[in-house]
Design a binder for this molecule. Structure first.
Ligand code: ADP
Length: 447
């Protein structure tokens, strides 16, 4: 097992990882920018190293500084959290070259999944169902028209290097295709320095369903069931649940089994998430994330398994603490992402939190790094906390969620809490009847 883990992140996820390390008796080092000197994870860590000024590229993305912090403190492993360097293959390779363990998969696996064309090709080879579309990159318009004609309109043009919902364009008819292809390519070139794009069928009313997988480092793979993350705004997840209200046990174990076998065949090590669109009973792979997800706590709530413990165990060569048959799904869990944003316009609302009171009681978990008097720096993501609620079934979970949202107090800044208070009383949400476009349509109606 590791002696000392350096946590290369900030906010709630830095605290989340720190908690797992403490439970396992592992010393912790956190790195932080000058803007985060007062952050909770800095206060609670055994050691901390300031690695630079507020902009992420000078601090949380500064590989040299982070490696130097490892050497100074003698950390033998790095947990990257999510975002920042968590899917940076070069970072994983550099750490390996310094004999420091990256708590995540190999640089090669990160590289494959970071390139969407390569990821889709790999998924297909491993027997994972994919969205019908071009076999690889598409450059000329004639070829694009031929492929789109074959799969049928509408189609979506996506950037191979894409992320965060950028570089995607929908073409409803052949007339739209030329412009969609050109704009997607120039956006992708500008945003990612790589203008490779591909075409796939545009699904009209899908749900976003993702499977949590783990490779144990010894060639075995398991799945921890799925999460439904269909409630999105601008392709960003807002509310996540496990299990999905749309799947039955048979579908769950079928898609889970396919994913677990794929992970084993790939020889993957650590946590991963295989993302699908789901429509009319069919799954269509869209991408794989090679890290811990923001929404991992809903899976923890229904399985009772600490996924960060498992990541650390696997990275240290100790394998998983569970086998597939030990992983059972109990009840239902929902996560609400609480952002420091206006609940209608979603413009960021940094500032000082004058009062912060979190709900409690049975089935309630709040993961957050903020506190009364905390000043939210304007430089980073606006996520200030996550409310995760568990119940024996979805109805009980929703009842408890409504009560917990009433109890939650965040004064001094605007947050997305009022949005969740509205959603929890909505009939479609109560029925679990929503697709990936539901929230945007709902917000447009409310304006
Ligand atoms: P990113 O990595 O940029 O987040 P994804 O491939 O994960 O890109 O897609 C993000 C979101 O875009 C999906 O959750 C879905 O809402 C939408 N999307 C992607 N591909 C399709 C498709 N073929 N049909 C319909 N919607 C899609």
């Amino acid at each position: 097992m590791f002696q000392k883990i350096l946590i290369a992140n900030r906010g709630e996820i830095a605290l989340r990882v720190l908690r797992a390390c403490k439970e396992l008796g592992i010393q912790t080092v956190v790195v932080h920018s000058t803007a985060d000197a007062d952050a909770m994870h800095v206060r609670l860590a055994d050691e901390s190293v300031c690695i630079g000024p507020p902009p992420s590229r000078d601090s949380y993305l500064n590989i040299h500084q982070i490696v130097a912090a490892c050497e100074i403190t003698g950390a033998d492993a790095v947990h990257p959290g999510y975002g920042f360097l968590s899917e940076n293959a070069k970072f994983a390779d550099i750490l390996a070259a310094h004999n420091i363990t990256f708590i995540g998969p190999s640089g090669d696996h990160i590289r494959i999944m970071g390139d969407k064309i390569e990821a889709k090709r790999t998924a297909k080879r491993l027997g994972i169902p994919v969205v019908p579309g071009s076999d690889g990159a598409v450059t000329d318009e004639k070829e694009a028209k031929r492929i789109a004609g074959e799969i049928g309109y509408p189609v979506i043009i996506k950037a191979s290097a894409g992320g965060g919902g950028r570089g995607m364009k929908v073409a409803l008819t052949e007339e739209d295709l030329e412009i969609a292809l050109q704009t997607a390519r120039s956006e992708a070139g500008a945003a990612f320095g790589d203008d490779a794009v591909y075409i796939e069928k545009y699904l009209q009313k899908p749900r976003h369903i993702e499977v949590q997988v783990f490779g144990d480092g010894f060639g075995r793979g398991v799945h921890f069931g799925e999460r439904d993350c269909s409630l999105q705004r601008r392709h960003q997840k807002v509310w996540e649940e496990a299990n999905s209200p749309a799947l039955n046990a048979e579908e769950r174990s079928r898609i889970g089994g396919i994913c677990a076998r794929a992970i084993a065949d790939l020889g993957y090590s650590g946590a991963g998430t295989i993302e699908f669109l789901y429509e009319n009973g069919e799954f269509y792979f869209i991408e794989m994330n090679t890290r811990l997800q923001v929404e991992h706590p809903v899976t923890e709530a229904i399985t009772g398994i600490d996924l960060v413990h498992e990541q650390i165990r696997v990275a240290s060569g100790g394998g998983l603490s569970v086998k597939q048959e030990d992983i059972k799904f109990n009840g239902h869990a929902i996560e609400c992402r609480i952002n420091a944003e206006d609940p209608r316009t979603f413009t960021p609302s940094p500032g000082t939190i004058t009062h912060f009171h979190t709900p409690g009681g049975l089935g309630i978990r709040v993961d957050s790094g903020v506190y009364s008097g905390y000043k939210i720096p304007p430089y980073y993501d606006s996520l200030i906390g996550k409310l995760i609620v568990h119940g024996r079934n979805r109805v009980e979970c929703m009842m408890r969620l409504r009560r917990a949202l009433d109890e939650f107090v965040v004064d001094g800044i605007k947050t997305t809490l009022p949005l969740f208070r509205d959603l929890v009383g909505n009939a479609d949400i109560a029925n679990g009847d929503y697709d990936i476009h539901w929230l945007e349509k709902y917000l447009a109606k409310e304006e």
